[in-house]
Design a protein around this ligand. Sequence first.
Ligand code: 1PR
Length: 526
Amino acid sequence: MITLLDYGAGNVRSVVNAIEKLGGRIRPVTRAADILDAQKLLFPGVGNYQSMIRILNEKNYIRPLREYLEADQPFFGICLGMQALFEGSEEDFSGHESLGLFKGRVRHFNTRKAVPHIGWNGVNLKKDSPVFDTVDPETKFYFVHSYHIVPEDPDVILTTTCYDYDFASSVQKGNVIGTQFHPEKSGDAGIRLLENFIHQTDLRPRKAVDIKGRGLSKRIIACLDVRTNDQGDLVVTKGDQYDVREKGDVRNLGKPVALARRYYDEGADEITFLNITGFRDFPLKDLPMIKVLEETSRNVFVPLTIGGGIRDYTDSNQVSYSALDVAAQYFRSGADKISIGSDAVFIAMDYLKTGKKTGTSAIEQISRVYGVQAVVISIDPRRVYVASPDAAKGHHVIKTQFPGPDNEEYCWYQCTVQGGRKTMDLCAVTLARACQELGAGEILLNCIDKDGTNSGFDIELIQAVKNAVSIPVIASSGAGCEDHFTEVFQKTDVEAALAAGIFHRKEVSIARVKRCLAGEKIEVRA
Ligand code: 1PR
């Protein structure tokens, strides 16, 4: 029996699904006494350290947790669940009591690389621990965090990972284990780690070792644009420059859950669902998408992002829901990140007009509760050609290598909302920067001109946005062959590339893309 400490933030569904898949049974902690009764305690934490520690204090969990840990009983802390073992965090200004089992604090990444550190990275193993039994040393695990632990005692370090510099990526003392990475999101290797935890009786490390792992991978993301067709079926569709109809009908490329499973099996590093008509529906009434997440997360153990319709909403009975309510439902259903499209444009325009953060926008609220890494901004820009920089009226201008129809040498990228139906007086570069300031953790950069064309990513757009922000950027739209992925990673510093059409139509497999990248010495997850 595994006792699960769920303090109510983020996606614990995947952990539960993984344990149940392994034949383990879960008992949730509902009162402090359940902690002391546990045989094995699993503490998955996502989001914000301060709100986690506040909740642990409010529920009077600190004292029983300390007692449990000091008795060297089996414990597995994931992400914040590991950070909580230390004496405090730079993310916490409240002065609340932490567990303090290990000496040391949690610090923000001090790097010029993109933060959050998101993606599949290797580990250097320092101890021969039963939890790593049967795990290939070249294995990569999924990380998503802006803060990392700095233990005072090097003896507690189980693994280190390199992100610009080496940091402690997991710890172990006796039967108490904590990982910064998410085993429940790390495919088969992560599942094996959890399996070792639930099935081994003695988890204590046997001896010191020094086994080197690999570096951070560029991520390959499969994207599923989902909507209801005219017959009322929820289908994966795909547009050409956002037009998803062919001879009047919505293109039907398959079922969302089955297709996501296929991409997981084929080695996708992440899967993104975009509910493309979410701008006119209300997600909390749109139960099929919630069901899609619930069913997908049962068998798919890589990160899931969901977008479409995430905004404040008042229903016909005048009941109001916040974007935070919508996001919370998605996280509970198995999503790891939410993606905001149209609403991000409105939020950014308000912010740029006043120069003030209200603290109430969807971006600010969701990142405050769930952490910046949980908030992706999906940008849908369209290229606008101009004869001179002045004609762009203050928008970020690019001197393009691909002149316009009237030989214009300059262009800017205009934001759109409602799936490209409405253009706005804002450019993609300014939107990305404003959203980062408001607390977004990643940019999903589409391009309407390129979408579905198979002509390659828009390198000029991608370079401009990547240079403007310090959060990770996912290049999207236009992939037509494996060389396009090589091109985008060689010509820009993006952390990930996303494609839809070529994967749906089986023109190129994810494995082939990765083989091609590996051949060009670009680090990928095998
Ligand atoms: O505005 O918050 O409700 O979110 C709606 C979301 O739906 C946005 O993220 C928006 O990008 C997306 N969306 C809306 N309409 C469409 C459409 O296609 N008609 N899809 C749409 C966006 C772009 C990518 C696509 C890549 C790669 N699709 O998702 O997967 O362009 O395609 P390719 O590899 O085939 O070229 P909100």
